[in-house]
Design a protein around this ligand. Structure first.
Ligand code: 3UK
Length: 517
């Protein structure tokens, strides 16, 4: 059981404790702009900004503050300063446009925003049409104000159950949902998942790609390193092409990114020195076994898969390296329980696919949203994923519930067909959805990005089809395959299946050679 004191401001545990206990000179943050902040430097930055927030910017506890920036040191200092001052952080994805920012501002009733100067335009447009947003402070203005503020600030005496973070889901279906998390939740993900599964030490150095506005990135690039006094490398640009050179430069030991990014890095590993890495975490989407195998073959490292969700704050099913079962997501993180349930909420036995339900130290609290009753049922969080549990308690991902393809009466999980295709040497990426079909209801349609230098021919279509029939049950093979230069993805690295489904619906009925030259 995780027990935290009744009065708790989590920033004290993430930063101040290291300074107070003599670790102030250890490195906290490194960045390509030359930043090298010790924990003492970070603590002073946070405190100066907290003084600006509570002084000239008029923040009072409970106020929500929007943050908009790429992953950089000022973003992290501002993030923790808002929380230390008793405010609630609402971090936003850098690619969001004025309309989406406006939805967030209105839902969260945000009056103050702190924004990287390079990303001001869309936010300024939002402010023009919002009755809530009153003040946008650019990072350069914030730094100027902070430069003349005092470098010490006493943390606001919040309760462990005070909200400190609003996490917006990406909203692939309908409006984005706003989830609320407490001070203790930010510690709980470190003390459940990180301590028991990832097991970082103070000498670890973290790196990765997820935006800090995505709780996968917040945990992996800020909270997990800071909980143990380790260091983090913050990259504003972290595509697979940027990540490998950064790994060679900064020699990190732990990497956080999406399964597709690991896959994209494999062919280029030989050109960069990645050998400092000792642990690699994959989340956000299912990790295909072919990607796990290829990464292990190239590096000798086992990718650590883990399923997390904005609603749960971070990862709740995963496995320490020595317990990894390739192809499975893992077992419930210590402190969490998980089960597979049927249509009426009944527990299903091992081997039967059903909806995943979890409970533990973190959980879903939507801000004023009817969907709460759908996500949390009898105290269990129902994530919307279809899973199978095996006899040994490992959980095997099948699909998002709405990514199941029903074809001629069969239930086919798109990700399983993708995983089969990815095992073929010509396939770089694959996205599989249902395409409306007059006879079968749906047929399995695959969008395939071929590896560079692969010549796309009708024979390759046939070859991929028979390859899939050999890998998995033959009825699951893609009746149509279209070759595409890239697949649509969200800023969090997820395949945008709804976009592929729309495309497939448009292409329904066209020749099965769609996409061939
Ligand atoms: C899917 C996975 C299979 C799954 C997240 C780690 O992804 C995160 O949060 P989101 O709210 O999406 C949640 C949904 O994404 N998913 C995530 N990881 C996996 N599916 N295998 C996986 N390993 O559908 C889940 O319901 O964007 C991930 C940490 C924090 C996060 N917020």
């Amino acid at each position: 059981e995780l027990a935290y004191p009744e009065r708790l401001n989590c920033v004290t545990a993430f930063v101040d404790s290291h300074v107070a206990e003599g670790r102030g000179e250890r490195t906290a943050i490194l960045a390509p702009d030359g930043t090298h902040w010790t924990y003492a430097d970070l603590a002073a930055e946070i405190d100066r900004i907290a003084n600006v927030l509570t002084g000239p910017l008029g923040l009072v506890p409970g106020n929500r503050v929007l943050l908009r920036a790429p992953n950089n040191p000022t973003m992290v200092a501002a993030y923790l300063a808002v929380i230390k001052a008793g405010g609630i952080v609402v971090a936003t994805m850098p690619l969001l446009r004025a309309k989406e920012l406006g939805q967030i501002v209105d839902r969260a009733e945000i009056a103050l925003a702190l924004c990287d100067d390079r990303l001001m335009d869309e936010l300024t447009k939002t402010a023009g049409s919002s009755r809530f947003l009153k003040r946008i402070v650019g990072f350069s203005e914030l730094k100027a104000l902070a430069a003349s503020a005092a470098p010490t600030f006493t943390a606001i005496d919040t309760a462990r159950d005070d909200v400190c973070l609003f996490g917006f889901t990406s909203g692939t279906t309908g409006e984005p949902k706003c989830t609320m998390h407490f001070h203790r939740d930010l510690l709980a993900i470190c003390d459940a998942y990180a301590r028991n599964v990832l097991k970082p030490t103070p000498d670890d150095r973290f790196i990765g790609s997820p935006p800090l506005a995505f709780t996968f990135g917040l945990g992996g690039l800020v909270l997990f390193p800071f909980r143990v006094g380790a260091s983090t490398v913050l990259l504003e640009k972290a595509s697979p092409g940027d990540l490998l050179p950064a790994i060679a430069t900064y020699k990190p030991t732990i990497c956080f990114t999406a399964p597709t990014a690991y896959r994209a890095m494999i062919p280029n590993l030989r050109d960069h020195d990645w050998r400092s890495l000792r642990k690699c975490v994959s989340a956000g989407e299912a990790l295909p076994k072919a990607t796990f195998d290829a990464w292990e073959e190239a590096t000798g490292l086992k990718l650590m898969d883990g399923i997390g969700a904005t609603e749960m704050l971070h990862i709740f099913i995963s496995a320490p390296e020595e317990e990894i079962r390739p192809g499975a997501t893992g077992k419930p993180v210590p402190g969490y329980e998980a089960k597979v349930i049927g249509a009426d909420g009944e527990d299903l036995p091992p081997g039967k696919p059903g909806r995943l339900a979890v409970r533990g130290p973190t959980g879903c609290r939507y801000l004023a949203d009817d969907r709460q009753r759908k996500y949390v049922v009898n105290g269990w969080n129902v994530t919307g994923d279809t899973y199978v549990r095996d006899e040994d308690g490992y959980f095997w991902y099948q699909a998002r519930n709405d990514d199941m393809i029903v074809s001629a009466g069969y239930n086919i999980a798109g990700p399983e067909v993708e995983a089969a295709l990815l095992a073929h040497p010509t396939v770089a990426e694959a996205g599989v959805v249902g395409q409306p079909d007059p006879e079968r209801g749906m047929i399995v349609k695959a969008y395939v990005v071929p590896k560079p230098d692969v010549t796309v021919t009708p024979a390759l279509v046939v070859e991929l089809q028979s390859f899939v029939k050999n890998e998995i049950a033959p009825y699951k093979y893609p009746r149509e395959i279209a070759f595409v230069p890239s697949l649509p993805r969200t800023e969090t690295g997820k395949l945008q299946r709804f976009a592929l489904r729309e495309r497939a619906a448009r292409e329904a009925g066209e020749a099965s050679s769609a996409g061939l030259p």
